[in-house]
Design a protein around this ligand. Sequence first.
Ligand code: MRU
Length: 320
Amino acid sequence: VLTELEAIAEAIETLAVRGAPAIGGCAALALALFAQRAEGRSGPEVRQLLDDAQARLRATRPTAVNLFYALDKVMAAAGAAPDDADAIRAAVVDAAEEVCTEDAAACDAMARHGAELFEDGDRIMTVCHTGALATCGTGTALGVLKAAAVAGKKIEVFALETRPLLQGARLTAWECMKVGLDVTLITDGMAAFAMARKGITKAIAGADRIAANGDVANKIGTYGLATLCRAHGEIPFYVAAPSSTFDVTLTSGAEIPIEERNPDEIRTPRGAVFAPEGCPVWNPAFDVTPSALVAGIITERGIWERPFDATARDQLLART
Ligand code: MRU
């Protein structure tokens, strides 16, 4: 159980908590915990404590916008509350709970909309982890696949292991097996050959930030997966993400900050020596898939489809 600011921040930094919506939910609940614990403090003292905590949490990971969405939402609620410790506390707890319940509801709605896109017999490639362990609910992309299976569609999932931290192998494959989804685990380098030989019909991934033009930042390897879909005769590549993953302040994916992680995740994963000592390494944790490679973005409010028209996006995001 994480109770201290530094432990929570480190859990996010080290990916003990990971996945865009889960990171947002965790940060929001951290603020609620600190506010609740601040018994006997004055209103201004509670505000200061929250401000210090949110500043530390904001510095944990730069790419998933859900973290900033959640912190902004909770801090705005605190800001709007009267200058009284109890009122601030209540507002922060309510807002944090709302971040989580809103995400769980978004997962359910995404699953409903997305399941329609999948058919009996589909063989679907996916990357990274997008299920219950990555969100506050059933998941984004994996939530969609689970819903398609529950609707009686016989689907097969091909999960990329997701180098270097293996979220696909450790989390997606585990969750698929746990819920009885037909899953085959392959390494990232096998994706092209699996498309050529295994009759992959569709692909789906989650997102960490979506720019105004529909460019999608997601786990490193996603851009490669989308490119391979295009190269194998327009296999539809879908993205599933809640509206909290959109950052329409950014014109395109080129403006999305991409986290670069410790080279030792590639040189010496979990202490095993995989590369020569000191070998230069580039370790971006995410990539950006141009919207031209995306068939549609499944949100809780409906599906935004290619060509990713701005008016259609605004209409979709304005839906309640
Ligand atoms: O580095 P991670 O494990 O936090 O990255 C997670 C992903 O990239 C997920 O695919 C993403 O958050 C989308 S949906 C939960």
